[in-house]
Design a protein around this ligand. Structure first.
Ligand code: SF4
Ligand code: SF4
Length: 77
């Protein structure tokens, strides 16, 4: 399962660490980006994600979240 940009995770993060961004070239493709500097590793977004995208990325701590960010944003480039 991958992030489909549904946006469910964005409002549940009380630390405002999640932003949903669109690909400039394909605006219909949107994905979640986690700001590792703001993320407190609470795990709320993992529970909220209906597609399991965050859980599957091996959520554990901020270091792993940095990898999530890279995977969600930079994947395929
Ligand atoms: S784990 Fe990080 S990004 Fe997810 S809800 Fe908690 S603070 Fe926000
Ligand atoms: S990480 Fe999950 S909840 Fe957040 S936008 Fe992607 S699919 Fe939706």
């Amino acid at each position: 399962m991958v992030c489909n940009g549904c946006g469910v995770c964005e409002p549940v993060c009380e630390y405002k660490a999640i932003t949903i961004v669109g690909d400039p070239n394909t605006p219909e493709r949107r994905k979640a980006v986690i700001n590792e500097g703001l993320c407190m590793g609470c795990g709320t977004c993992v529970a909220a994600c209906p597609s399991g995208a965050l859980e599957q990325k091996g959520f554990k701590n901020n270091q792993i979240l940095a990898q999530i960010d890279a995977a969600l944003v930079g994947g395929g480039k």
